[in-house]
Design a binder for this molecule. Structure first.
Ligand code: NAD
Length: 486
């Protein structure tokens, strides 16, 4: 059986405790590998390696030298594209068509984009008057923040991890990554790429394990960590914020969502249906930016629901390497039980199940996987748990609306504020409504169209801080003002 070890100080390290846990493919339940669970010892070693690297060769490198290495990391991922692709697809069950277009290319691109960002980043200068008339100049220097703990989820493992590791390394920090226990493979494989690219030992470290009373909690409470960047559930974010309070460490939190799509009667219906199908069902609905609430203007409501139903029923559930597959399974049995509990709740609350609502019959080995039907509901009250809570499965509730103010109020009536999608051909309305939606990103006539220079993050309980382009530099560096009296 393949073993996945921790990656510490440039080498692979077994758990001293001998504790391991299984890594299972959610598509068919087969065991992929055994993972060495990091205890306090391994987390200590990883943090010490990261601290040491700050003072070594890495800390002395020029920005241009770091940039050159990050380009090599990106090239190294691309050179081993098929290995990363297979590892990601087996860990998650997601189709090749998705991971080959999004997860792996974006995983590589995250190193180049932040290499380019740091190379072109400037700082402000202020010239000031002084009482003696000679004046002074202030200029700012960016210096690395230090050792960054990177805690990641399972839905887009390589993409979301490198979205943090890329800027951290570009800024000269060192990292200790805690991948999700469900998806340890690509973070571990990246260790080899780092070594091959010439990243000095200790700059990139990976500790495997769970959250509470395991590697996640040991890392985020470790006093040798200077800042914590986290993507995952809001409630986990709250725990991490508490851990970060000790020692006054900085945090960046990208958390959950309950995202709304608004489809106006003047929308291009083909585009709106296609976009909503993607936003509700891509990655089996396990995308933080995905749509779980759809509001459709009443004159087109019936037609929209009928077309969305056809689209959902045309999705092809199957093995990751089958070119016909458009949807994979949920990540785990535990997560399927959670999503199915919402499916049952929707029916108890009197929802009309437009399509889906259960578990599909899958052939052969796939029958042992965590499959679930894409599901559409109508008819629920706006205050029902289905409309309020993040489900994180391939499902959405569709409700009609009659006017613009009403639908803006409905879209904003949530504790979350991550993303939103508007569908209208009326350009004035598009700008007017976009300005009133409380979400960190508002897509209009599109979904998941990402320019990596733009600010990304959530309002309200969806997170704290913004990532992307120079916004990432705010978190991964300390700005220091130098005041020069002339
Ligand atoms: P999760 O919060 O359960 O786990 C995320 C990571 O935190 C895992 O590595 C886990 O082991 C670790 N962890 C759990 N408890 C911890 C603790 N007490 N201390 C330290 N570490 C701990 O999230 P998940 O189930 O892996 O991912 C799904 C969630 O992530 C959804 O809520 C989704 O919306 C969110 N998400 C948000 C974004 C975004 O950009 N806003 C992106 C992707 C996913």
């Amino acid at each position: 059986m393949k073993e996945i070890k921790n990656f510490i100080n440039g080498g692979y390290v077994a758990a001293a405790s001998g504790k391991t846990f299984p890594n299972v493919c959610p598509a068919d339940g087969r065991s992929l590998s055994v993972v060495h669970e990091a205890g306090r010892d391994e987390v200590d070693q990883a943090v010490a390696a990261a601290r040491g690297a700050l003072k070594g060769e890495w800390g002395r490198m020029s920005v241009n030298e770091r940039v050159a290495i990050l380009y090599k990391v990106a090239d190294g991922i691309n050179a081993r594209f098929d290995e990363f692709l297979e590892a990601e697809c087996l860990d998650t069950g997601k189709p090749r068509s998705l991971a080959s277009h999004i997860d792996i290319p974006r995983g590589a691109a995250n190193f180049k984009i932040f290499a380019d960002t740091i190379k072109n980043a400037g700082t402000e200068t202020f010239v000031m008057d002084t009482p003696d008339g000679t004046g002074a100049i202030n200029y700012a220097l960016r210096q690395p923040k230090g050792v960054i703990a990177v805690v990641c989820p399972w839905n887009l493992p390589l993409l979301l991890m490198t979205w943090k590791v890329g800027p951290a390394l570009a800024c000269g920090d060192t990292v200790v990554v805690k991948p999700s226990e469900e998806t340890p493979s690509t973070a571990t494989l990246l260790g080899e790429v780092m070594n091959d690219a010439g990243v000095p030992a200790g700059v990139y470290n990976v500790v495997n394990g769970f959250g509470p009373d395991s590697a996640g909690a040991f890392l985020t409470s470790h006093p040798g960590v200077d800042a914590i960047t986290f993507t995952g559930e809001t409630v986990t974010g709250e725990h991490i914020m508490q851990a970060a309070a000790v020692g006054l460490r900085d945090i960046s939190l990208e958390c959950g969502g309950k995202n709304a799509a608004i489809v106006f009667a003047d929308a291009d219906l083909d585009k709106a249906v296609e976009g909503t199908l993607r936003s509700a069902f891509a990655n089996c609905g396990q995308v933080c930016l995905g749509t779980e609430r759809v509001y459709v203007e009443r004159p087109i409501f019936d037609e929209f629901v009928a077309r969305l139903k056809r689209g959902a029923e045309n999705m092809s559930l199957g093995a990751w390497d089958d070119p016909a597959t458009t949807m994979g399974p949920l990540i785990s049995e535990e997560h399927r039980n959670k999503v199915l509990s919402y499916y049952r709740k929707a029916e108890e609350l009197g929802a009309t199940v437009v399509t889906g609502g259960g578990v599909p019959d899958m052939p052969g080995d796939l029958a042992r996987g965590c499959w679930i039907q894409p599901t559409i509901w109508t008819g629920l009250a706006e205050d029902s748990v289905i409309v309020k809570e993040e489900i994180f499965g391939p499902c959405c509730h569709v409700a009609p609306f009659d006017d613009e103010d009403e639908v803006i109020a409905m879209a904003n009536d949530t504790h979350y504020g991550l993303a939103s999608a508007l569908w209208t051909e009326n350009v004035t309305r598009l700008h007017r409504v976009a300005a009133q939606i409380d979400a960190g990103i508002v897509w209009t006539n599109s979904w998941f169209l990402r320019d990596l220079r733009t600010p990304f993050g959530g309002m309200k309980m969806s997170g704290i801080g913004r990532e992307g382009g120079h916004y990432s530099l705010e978190f991964y560096t300390e700005l220091k003002n130098v005041c020069v009296k002339l």
